[in-house]
Design a protein around this ligand. Structure first.
Ligand SMILES: [Ca+2]
Ligand SMILES: [Ca+2]
Length: 406
């Protein structure tokens, strides 16, 4: 009897221990104490941008104190004591979030300002493209600002504090948690930001630094986890400074974002963006095509409509389609494997899409009655390899493109 009790007690203790272990979760965000915690990301060449470059920065931030003086979130400034500082700073002052660049003499360098709530996760993104800035709060645009130019500073990228005016040390700490910090070498478009802010990215050639911050164990002793991993694969590791790395603050804590942005196969597509081949989520395609990018890698993009051939329609004129140059029907990926998409410009309010093989056998017919420009996806899993014709019929005319299933 005694032995049985001991075994039962041992079993219960083992069960308790294993359930305690399963409760210990991998940290998903990093908390800063607002006293002296900061992360230095250094100043590698891949994270230095010239006035003619594009770049974007985005992150989730949850500040625990937004009132009073300066709270630095992201800093790359060298202010100096003259009026010609360099770099950029994202900070909170008296419950207002500011993005400033000291290179811009107008309005004290303030590019954007917006209210921000304490103890609330807020997504912030800003983009720069040859003199024009855009900023977004929770994927809502705060508009554009034009500075003329951005000037890179010699200061490192710093999270949680900022470099002193004379670069002699650090100042203006912020009590906050951050998650999903991404630095890109191109200007994201609004649809991309909205499409990926609530999930984790895969690899993306445009991500120069990517911090998921899924490190350590939430609220546990993490004294050995004192760097931030760069998930972009570029090795831009950050260094933690002055963190306690134990307890519920100044440590690895529960995150904001989980789950992958790319669970479905075929959800990414290559496009040619300003001479660079980039891979984007299909959710962002509409926005990219809207500002003139082409589907497909740059080297294979030989002008618009390369895979399609226009025919005159019985009821309309050929010109009615030709006038839509720069905003045309796109078939991608092509060649395709398990699925492909058709983008039809919104100028086609209604359209009938027909897929047929080279003998004229119709494989699929689909009618679009209220086209809003969202790409239409077709499943090819039951379609044999070969060459197919994709015909789009509409009031605007007819379009025939060739699709290769491989
Ligand atoms: Ca995370
Ligand atoms: Ca500290």
């Amino acid at each position: 009897m005694m032995k049985k009790l001991t075994l039962a007690a041992f079993a219960a203790a083992t069960l308790l221990l294993s359930s305690l272990n399963s409760m210990a979760q991998t940290g998903g965000a990093l908390n800063f104490d607002g006293s002296n915690d900061y992360v230095s990301l250094g100043n590698p060449s891949s994270m230095q941008f010239a006035s003619t470059d594009e770049f974007s920065v985005e992150l989730w931030v949850n500040p625990s104190n937004t009132s009073g003086g300066w709270h630095s979130i992201i800093d790359k400034t060298l202010w100096g004591y003259s009026s010609t500082g360099t770099g950029l700073l994202l900070y909170i002052y008296n419950d207002v979030l500011y993005l400033v660049t000291p290179t811009w003499s107008t309005n004290n360098g303030i590019l954007f300002s917006t209210s921000i709530q304490a103890n609330t996760w807020t997504h912030i993104a800003f983009t720069y493209n040859s003199g024009t800035w855009n900023m977004y709060k929770n994927d809502t645009s705060l508009g554009s600002a034009v500075t003329g130019s951005y000037t890179n500073s010699s200061s490192p990228w710093t999270i949680g504090m900022r470099t002193n005016n004379d670069a002699s040390g650090m100042t203006d700490p912020t009590a906050m948690s951050i998650d999903e910090l991404r630095i890109w070498n191109r200007a994201l478009v609004a649809a991309e930001i909205a499409g990926s802010m609530n999930c984790e990215m895969g690899t993306d050639a445009s991500l120069v630094a990517y911090y998921k911050l899924n490190q350590g164990t939430t609220g546990a002793s993490n004294t050995s986890v004192n760097t931030v991993t760069d998930n972009s694969g570029n090795g831009n590791t950050g260094t933690l400074n002055n963190f306690a790395l134990t307890g519920t603050s100044s440590n690895w804590v529960a995150g904001k974002v989980s789950g992958s942005c790319y669970t479905a196969t075929g959800s990414k597509v290559s496009i040619c963006h300003k001479g660079k081949t980039i891979s984007i989520d299909t959710n962002a395609l509409k926005a990219h095509l809207g500002h003139g990018d082409d589907v497909d890698a740059c080297s294979t993009t030989k002008g618009k409509g390369k895979s399609g051939k226009r025919t005159s329609s019985p009821g309309g004129s050929e010109n009615s389609i030709a006038e839509i140059s720069g905003d045309e029907i796109k078939i991608y990926p092509n060649p395709a494997e398990s699925a492909f998409n058709i983008f039809i410009p919104v100028t086609y309010k209604q359209a009938e899409i027909q897929i047929s093989d080279m003998t004229g056998r119709i494989m699929e017919n689909r009618t679009i009655t209220e086209n809003d420009g969202t790409p239409v996806q077709f499943n090819l899993s039951n379609v044999p390899n070969g060459i197919y014709l994709v015909k789009v019929s509409s009031e605007n005319g007819n379009y025939i493109g060739k699709l290769i299933r491989k």
